[in-house]
Design a protein around this ligand. Structure first.
Ligand SMILES: [Fe+2]
Ligand SMILES: [Fe+2]
Length: 195
């Protein structure tokens, strides 16, 4: 059987088929949009295109709804689904690097893999900050408000601050700038994110 190529549309179709919760989907859209903007920021390298960076975000958690009670299956399930598609090997590596603290399939290495690792947690944190704003809108969130909450250990304490701060060492972007770029990208897509 001919495999269909994994492009943005087939990736979104796959996400929608496998994930029904709108908030979970929005997390995937957010990470996709943020990664697409980081693609423009970094000097070009490797074979992957801006669409591939977005697909990495769209699909990184596509199996989450199904695997949430079996964290060791998270990404393994996704990789099995992707066997029916034609996917660039570098993109498969990106998925293999996700949830790798548990699966140990591949630790993040490339720029895309580290950007995914850091902004995955940060987008969730920014949503948490938006939700405590008076009108629960991203528009009201500032870099300062994010950084202030970042230092409050009790706020959104499930968010791994260390994972986000690795942007400094692994990507050479200071935390302030990393928050600013991620926040701007989310604000541009606030309609899609329902915030
Ligand atoms: Fe995940
Ligand atoms: Fe995620």
């Amino acid at each position: 059987m001919d495999k269909s190529r994994l492009d943005k549309n087939t990736a979104l179709d796959l996400l929608h088929k496998k994930m029904k919760n709108e908030n979970l989907r929005r997390h995937c859209y957010a990470v996709g949009k943020v990664l697409a903007d980081f693609y423009d920021f970094f000097p070009a390298s490797g074979n992957l295109t801006k669409d591939h960076w977005e697909i990495a975000g769209i699909l990184h958690d596509a199996d989450w709804e199904i695997t949430k009670d079996n964290p060791e299956r998270h990404t393994i399930e996704l990789l099995e689904w992707l066997e029916s598609y034609e996917v660039e090997p570098e993109l498969l590596d990106v998925f293999r690097s996700h949830n790798s603290k548990i699966t140990k399939l591949r630790f993040p290495e490339t720029r895309l893999e580290w950007t995914l690792e850091c902004c995955d947690e940060l987008t969730g944190f920014i949503v948490a900050v938006a939700l405590v704003m008076p009108e629960k809108k991203l528009e009201q969130v500032t870099v300062d408000s994010v950084l202030k909450k970042f230092k409050q250990k009790e706020f959104a304490k499930q968010v791994d601050r260390e994972q986000i701060s690795q942007c400094e060492q692994k990507l050479g972007i200071n935390l302030n700038d990393f928050v600013s770029m991620t926040l701007n990208s989310m604000k541009k897509n606030s309609g899609m994110l329902g915030l």
